[in-house]
Design a protein around this ligand. Structure first.
Ligand code: HSE
Length: 380
């Protein structure tokens, strides 16, 4: 009987607990929580030492989220010889090198399948592909909350705040939903995926992004008038310079696979040299989908899986100077640069000539930081 300790008992923690209750091959023997929860009172503790010093515990499942103290607790568990499973993309993305090294040093497993794509077995299949083939590109729709919002906004005019509130009620959104709508959550998932796909170690802060906070009904109506659907899409690809990585709202043809992704679903794909494109569609957020990948990781460990998804981790800086495409830009503060690259108008905005991603995303970020409300979307 495998014994688990849960760090946290929120949306995912309670989901893992419920799933494990149904099984006869594992049990939750301790839960780290600060508040009193009647259901788990006999196994609750507020002291991490009671977990890491308990020789009976095989796996520590960290489902508390956030960077600190999650990082310190994971380190303590690995150093105590426990296997660690986490759904926490923030901690894996930020401390990828440190944590994988610590797991290796202690001869224990570190798994984080639920950290990217919730319930989708994305990282495990990416790992399998990398064993045989060269992955050239990863990415797609990697956030349930923002897809839920964009899907609703395409179906009928709806206030952004109202639909965000619904996503929060359904348990899709991060504790601070700016991490969803501004792109940080996706950037972490892209960083982890690119690291595994390319044997890289990227710093998430170096990946430029633009979220959906400023999209309006008017933008969506203009896109639909041209047969486009707008989705928040992340991309990381091998290039001659090394790796390019970015994320931005993107206009896809209404017949593209991405256009059909509803509600909180994700569609994450890789391109590889022999296989071509392979896509994974499923529940990218929510209690039980995410919990199922946590439990799957525990089962992988029980079956003897010890290594992380990849052993390689070469420090790399994303270089987007070789990637160009046209953009939709809506701003009431057009400057000389935007005027010089404008090709035509669309609704309240303009369509540009092809522009380097490395130019457009810093320009858009600088305008937002200056308080100029604008929205941009790449055109595929
Ligand atoms: N807030 C995330 C999402 C949860 O909406 O996709 C899963 O990572």
């Amino acid at each position: 009987m495998m014994k688990l300790a849960l760090l946290g008992f929120g949306v995912v923690g309670k989901g893992v607990y419920d799933e494990v209750q149904k099984r006869s091959d594992m049990e939750v023997s301790k839960v780290l929580v600060r508040r009193h929860i009647e259901e788990i009172a006999p196994i609750a503790t507020a002291d991490i030492a009671e977990i890491v010093n308990d020789p009976a515990i095989d796996i520590v499942a960290e489902v508390m989220g956030g960077l600190h103290p999650a990082y310190e607790y994971i380190c303590a568990a690995l150093n105590a010889g426990k296997h660690v499973v986490t759904a926490n993309k923030a901690v894996i993305s930020a401390y990828y090198g440190e944590l994988t090294e610590l797991a290796r040093k202690n001869g224990v497993a570190l798994r984080c399948t639920a950290a990217v794509g919730g319930g989708i077995p994305w990282l495990v299949n990416l790992e399998r592909c990398c064993r045989l083939d060269t992955v050239t590109e990863v990415g797609g729709i990697m956030n349930g909350t923002t897809n839920y919002i964009m899907d609703a906004m395409h179906a009928a005019p709806v206030a952004f705040d109202e639909i965000l509130k619904k996503a929060q009620e359904l348990g899709y959104a991060e504790a601070d939903p700016s991490a969803d709508i501004d792109g940080d959550d996706i950037r972490r998932k892209l960083t982890i995926s690119a690291n595994i796909a390319f044997g890289a170690q990227l710093s998430e802060e170096e990946i430029p992004m633009f979220g959906i906070r400023t999209v309006t009904d008017g933008d969506i109506a203009a896109f639909q008038s041209r047969g486009y659907v707008c989705k928040l899409i992340a991309t990381a690809k091998r290039t001659e310079q090394g790796v390019a990585a970015w994320l931005e709202p993107t206009l896809v043809d209404a017949h593209a696979l991405e256009a059909a992704v509803p509600q909180n679903y994700n569609l994450i794909s890789f391109q590889s040299e022999y296989l071509g494109r392979q896509s994974y569609f499923g529940q990218g957020a929510g209690r039980y989908p995410t919990a199922s990948n946590v439990v799957q990781d525990c089962l992988d460990i029980a079956e003897g899986k010890r290594a992380f998804y990849t052993d390689a981790a070469q420090l790399m800086t994303p270089d987007n100077s070789g990637v160009m495409h046209a953009y939709y830009v809506r701003t009431d503060k057009a400057d000389a640069w935007l005027e010089a690259i404008t090709a035509e108008t669309l609704g309240d905005g303009v369509i540009t000539k092809p522009v380097r991603v490395a130019q457009m995303l810093p320009w858009a970020k600088a305008n937002l930081e200056m308080g100029n409300p604008l929205f941009i979307a790449a055109i595929r």
